[in-house]
Design a binder for this molecule. Structure first.
Ligand SMILES: [Zn+2]
Length: 83
């Protein structure tokens, strides 16, 4: 189980207008992050699965949710030439 305090030290991203960091990994399962929660200088990246799972609880505690799940559909398919 990870702690939020250790995230504070590794985060230099601006909170507003935040760009998705390709290095972000879900805090729970390590999958590629498509949802990021921020609160002050803290960030908590999550995969789509865990991001949606945590959404209600996080918003209740005043975290901001950055949803990048739309990027899931913009990724090039590696099987595009499979025709
Ligand atoms: Zn996850």
């Amino acid at each position: 189980m990870s702690t939020l305090t250790e995230l504070q030290e590794t985060t230099t991203e601006p909170v507003n207008g935040r760009e998705r960091n390709l290095m972000d990994r879900c805090e729970r399962c390590g999958a590629e992050s498509f949802i990021v929660f921020t609160k002050g200088s803290m960030t908590l990246p999550a995969c789509r699965h865990h991001g949606l799972e945590w959404e209600a609880k996080m918003l209740l505690t005043e975290w901001i949710m950055w949803d990048y799940t739309h990027l899931l559909n913009e990724r090039p398919s590696v099987s595009a030439n499979a025709d």
